[in-house]
Ligand binder design. Structure first.
Ligand SMILES: Cc1cc2nc3c(=O)[nH]c(=O)nc-3n(C[C@H](O)[C@H](O)[C@H](O)COP(=O)(O)OP(=O)(O)OC[C@H]3O[C@@H](n4cnc5c(N)ncnc54)[C@H](O)[C@@H]3O)c2cc1C
Length: 441
């Protein structure tokens, strides 16, 4: 925990140092365009340039945030890095709009002739439009009815083109970077970007050298399939129960897209990896067509949603909605094999009894884990009694005797997680010990 905090602080300091360093470039390498301006004009132009450079550095961070670096995942958790990525995108878009407004404020735009030599400025204008498109499609993808896989292809291609445009815009659009050290700094930054980009592109080829093999595909509940995989003979895959991985299959049955899934098996049984997948769209609808012998590529593990990342606690509360049970299942399976001293209260809300996955295994788990108590809630079961909704009253009555310093793990549909998290905090549980896992990056 302490090491993680220290590394987090170091990352924060590094980010601030880079931003301050970039902002200082227009002071250190002052050029004619700023030097000969006076008063407000000078301030506007310089601020515009500083804002442009900050936006450029943040754009480089976007790649780092989405590159799935294991170290950053360990420090911040990948899900959180994707949240930063989204917030950062909005900040970049705002700065990208302010930058030309300030840079051109001291100029009489109407009198600037349209000439070929101003191509870097035109490139900047096109870049601004592209950044707007990337941000808008990212923020409002669902509203725009953009399917995830198409959006993903667009997003990656557009982000790469934007980075190349940015490089040429800075290098040829500003006097500061015409020559000398400032120019080398930009070229070195572009080199760093190219290395990270290259790593992202090369990684799938490396993973493909050690494919996993599908050993079984079993129906485990209504609309839910369990896929078991055996590792390549030379691969070693260590994970903590509750973590997830990105999976893609090489099969005639489905496109080789990459999707994130919790590893529902337990690390105490390393001979196979299991994913429990509920049909929720075009790609997951095909999962039951996989055949034993098909191969899979696994990129992981990622995430910090596990009791394994906490200091020792004797009691845990787990609250799951529907297929959000998978990280809890992995943790419970692990506890049953290796760690049978814990007290666990599992509250599991499903629409109907038919939606419960592995019903028999949960009965067995209850017998194997002395401290496990399961409360099933069914929100759409015909003839279900009242009090079956996962609301504050139900949580309060189930958890009336649980200590308020007990860690709480929540995973399920976003709306359910939001309301349960609020309710759990309202009934007195510690904010520091409430953990959520979104099934959406
Ligand atoms: C950390 C994590 C763990 C998950 N664990 C499980 C699990 O154990 N069991 C389970 O059934 N589901 C799990 N999911 C959800 C699962 O990834 C999606 O249901 C699946 O990707 C949907 O794909 P689709 O094309 O069938 O559906 P779509 O209708 O195309 O997608 C539904 C939504 O899933 C997300 N999504 C789709 N494709 C991708 C992709 N390639 N990469 C990232 N997100 C995508 C998008 O937000 C999309 O809006 C998990 C998701 C995350 C982020």
């Amino acid at each position: 925990m302490k090491a993680r905090l220290s590394l987090g602080v170091i990352c924060g300091i590094a980010v601030c140092a880079l931003l301050v360093g970039a902002s200082s470039l227009t002071f250190v390498f002052e050029t004619g365009s700023i030097l000969y301006k006076l008063g407000t004009d000078k301030t506007l132009l310089r601020t515009g340039k500083v804002i442009g450079l900050i936006a450029a550095v943040l754009l480089l961070f976007q790649l780092i945030l989405s590159a799935r670096f294991k170290l950053l995942d360990r420090i911040f958790a990948l899900n959180r890095l994707y949240i930063y990525h989204r917030v950062n995108a909005s900040v970049i878009a705002i700065l990208a709009v302010i930058h030309p407004l300030l840079v051109f404020a001291p100029e009489d735009i109407g009198s600037i002739p349209i000439e070929i030599k101003y191509w870097p400025e035109v490139l900047g204008a096109l870049l601004l439009i592209l950044i707007g498109l990337i941000t808008a499609t990212g923020l409002w993808r669902k509203f725009l009815d953009f399917s995830f896989d198409r959006w993903w292809i667009f997003h990656r291609a557009a982000a790469f083109i934007a980075s190349v445009m940015l490089f040429f815009h800075i290098l040829y659009g500003s006097e500061t970077f015409e020559a000398g050290m400032a120019r080398y700094i930009i070229i070195a930054s572009a080199g760093a970007y190219a290395v990270i980009f290259g790593w992202i592109k090369v990684k799938p080829f490396i993973l493909r050298q050690k494919p996993w093999t599908v050993t079984s595909v079993t129906k485990t509940g209504q609309h839910t399939v369990s896929v078991e995989l055996a590792p390549h003979k030379t691969s070693e895959f260590n994970y903590i129960p509750g973590q997830f991985a990105f999976v893609s299959f090489t099969s005639e049955a489905m496109p080789s897209e990459e999707h994130p899934f919790t590893i529902s098996s337990t690390p105490s049984r390393p001979e196979s990896l299991q994913f429990t997948i509920r049909c929720s769209g075009d790609w997951t609808a095909l999962i039951s067509n996989l055949k034993p012998g098909d191969s899979a590529i696994i990129d992981g593990p990622y995430g910090r949603f596990s009791y394994g990342f906490l200091n020792e606690f004797n009691e845990y509360i787990m609250i799951a909605g529907g297929i959000g049970i998978t990280p809890m299942l992995s943790m419970l399976r692990y506890m049953a094999d290796r760690d049978n001293t814990k007290k666990v209260t599992l509250i599991w809300s499903n629409r109907t009894r038919e939606d419960v996955v592995y019903p028999d295994e949960f009965v067995t788990l209850q017998k194997r884990l002395n401290g496990l108590v399961i409360h099933y809630l069914f929100t759409r079961q015909k003839g279900a009694p009242s009090g079956t909704r996962l609301d504050r009253t139900t949580l309060n009555s189930i958890l009336s005797v649980a200590g308020r310093q007990t860690p709480v793990f929540i995973c399920g549909p976003p709306v359910m997680m939001d309301s349960v998290r609020k309710d759990i905090l309202k009934i007195g549980f510690s904010k520091k010990l409430v953990f959520t896992e979104e099934f959406q990056l």
